[in-house]
Design a protein around this ligand. Sequence first.
Ligand code: HMG
Ligand code: MG
Length: 299
Amino acid sequence: MSLPKKVRIVEVGPRDGLQNEPQPISAAVKIRLIEQLADAGIRYIEAGSFVNPQWVPQMAGSDEVFQGITRKPGVTYAALTPNLKGFERALASGATEVAIFAAASETFSQKNINCSIDESLDRFAPVMAAASAANLPVRGYISCVVGCPYEGSVVAEKVKQVAERLLQMGCYEISLGDTTGVGTPADIRRVIETSAKSVPIEQLAVHLHDTYGQALANIYASLEMGIAVVDSSIAGLGGCPYAKGASGNVATEDLVYMLNGLGIEHGIDLNKLLAAGRYITTQLGRDTGSKVAKALEKR
Ligand code: HMG
Ligand code: MG
């Protein structure tokens, strides 16, 4: 199958990445990172989350982050919101879009958001209504689309059911999350093929953690199936606090390098992106998770 001409990159590093870094990170550093990412040409940045700060302390200062960003026209600054309280905080802080998150595994849902999958969808209904009233688009995530850290394999049919519900509730796009990164291209193809029976392929995105080193291969398989929206994390930062051992999403630098090689448009300046990755890894005092950044820094 032919590859898309253009891919939209959803940068999740400031949220999915930083939520899992052990050391405290100031709002000023997060703001500087977000501004550098926008300056590199990224048009969609998940800048933080409004979850219970006792559950994820790293995201406690998201209000300050959203309020402190010097905004670039044309850039979406999105927030992850688990319930109406989170939505109201996001709205008050000036998020321009929100994301709700469900799971395809019951145990993960309980561990991550303290309720069953059905309860979580009920909880999102008032968020959808409030977002519609405020004119904010809502993106939906599904975690554990291939495997669950507690239950093992997850069947694609379950992913399809949750995707269908999120679509019916009004999400304009559904991002399929391989939270633990266990999937290989065969699994990802199966999940996309099954989900696409309920959700048009243009409304599906992939969110692939690179724990098993499969993310780029899985993205390539997704592109071949017509997916044109890919989530990634600067410097490969992150993981998930409720999926022990999970590493970050595919590094944005590695994704951009691959898209460049394939001649697929994305609008991002790789050198500026590398500078943003250098900035945040220096601030965190950790190595980059991007192979491309490592290779290019050596030259
Ligand atoms: P709960 O404890 O069941 O909530 O948590 P509750 O409604 O019973 O409230 C308990 C207390 O929390 C109350 O305070 C609420 O006000 C407060 P109290 O009255 O006791 O003082 N509270 C809040 N405070 C601030 N903001 C809020 C909020 N909500 C309640 N939004 C809840 C339920 C969903 C809130 C909790 O489980 C939670 O915050 N979970 C989030 C966990 C999380 O952030 N996980 C990581 C993100 S998901 C992810 O990384 C996966 C993804 O990347 C895709 C993939 O890779 O798979 C998206
Ligand atoms: Mg994630």
